[in-house]
Design a protein around this ligand. Structure first.
Ligand SMILES: NC(=O)c1ccc[n+]([C@@H]2O[C@H](COP(=O)([O-])OP(=O)(O)OC[C@H]3O[C@@H](n4cnc5c(N)ncnc54)[C@H](OP(=O)(O)O)[C@@H]3O)[C@@H](O)[C@H]2O)c1
Length: 283
């Protein structure tokens, strides 16, 4: 069981799979993150919205203290600015709070703007503050989430741009493929993080016969097939689980390879069934 490292346009590396932490209760988060590290996860995705940043940090810190061979630089910690933290003063204040919480981790590996909803002026003001935070070493990489190409173009064409977004984190699964946005991002050397790669669990029980036969062929669960599909599409999937036994299952996807025909069978380009919010139309 392992992951590979993907080089971001910043020159830094990110693990090819991360553990999502949305909806993991605070009381369980530290132990799930700690158990995730034991299984081999090295990347963790949280957000101010999730209310469990301190618990994610605590899980990583505990593991690093107990395992001195694993270095801080081996672990990748991502968090996100919520909509009311996007803007000149708002973002500066939010980053200060994040740095007060960061403790032994010392820096944030990736800070994302959670969505484009705050509007153009606030988005650009926030980006300026985020660029400064990279320059001062508080944050290693910056990126966006739920951005349409037009929102990213706004940044790429901005006269004050110093740092391109390293990733765009968007919902992607076979039932919500978003090939157009994902291909566009990859063509600009912006990595695509796939959130809700397991469709929040909704599709896991309703396998079509062809999907079921792929599961049988490789002796893998529906979740494992979906994670592999995402990896083979070239994305960075962020499967979430608050169930310790599923941590290992979701990470154990390196001993098989889907054929191109199987990738096509799994893909549902004619279906558009997102399980989360869509704000690509934001002004
Ligand atoms: N940027 C954004 O706007 C945004 C939006 C949504 C999500 N995200 C990020 O992406 C991550 C993943 O998305 P998500 O949490 O919404 O959904 P997800 O990862 O697609 O699905 C999680 C659901 O699948 C279940 N599950 C996990 N592994 C399983 C397995 N092996 N077998 C059966 N069921 C399994 C989980 O149950 P248990 O937990 O009970 O095991 C949970 O109900 C989030 O946690 C978050 O970090 C970002």
């Amino acid at each position: 069981m392992s992951y590979r490292l993907i080089t971001l346009n910043s020159g830094n590396e990110i693990p090819s799979i991360g553990l999502g932490t949305y909806n993991i209760p605070r009381s369980k988060t530290t132990s799930i993150v700690y158990e995730g590290l034991k299984v081999g996860y090295r990347s963790f995705d949280t957000a101010v919205l999730y209310g469990n940043e301190e618990e994610v940090i605590a899980g990583i810190s505990k593991y690093l203290k107990e395992n001195p061979k694993v270095k801080r630089s081996d672990v990748f910690y991502t968090t996100k600015l919520w909509n009311n933290q996007v803007g000149k003063h708002e973002t500066a204040k939010a980053i200060n709070t994040m740095m007060e919480q960061i403790g032994d981790l010392e820096y944030i590996d990736m800070l994302l703007i959670h969505s484009p909803l705050p509007g153009k002026q606030k988005r650009l003001e926030a980006w300026k503050v985020m660029q400064d935070a990279v320059a001062s070493g508080k944050i290693k990489n910056i990126g966006v989430s739920n951005y349409a190409p037009k929102h990213i173009e706004e940044l790429l064409n901005w006269s004050e741009l110093k740092i391109k977004p390293a990733v765009n984190q968007i919902e992607i699964s076979p039932w919500c493929m978003r090939d157009e946005i994902a291909d566009w991002c990859l063509s600009k050397d912006i990595q695509v993080e796939a959130y809700a790669p397991l469709t929040h669990g909704y599709q896991l029980q309703k396998q079509e016969p062809e999907f079921a036969s792929i599961m049988k062929k490789y002796n893998k669960s529906a979740a494992q097939i979906l994670i592999k599909w995402s990896l083979q599409k070239g994305y960075i999937p962020l499967p979430k689980t608050s169930t310790p036994s599923r941590l290992k299952e979701n990470f154990d996807v390196n001993d098989f390879e889907l054929t191109s025909h199987e990738m096509e069978v799994i893909s549902q380009p004619d279906v558009h069934d997102p399980t989360d919010w869509e704000c690509f139309d934001a002004a």
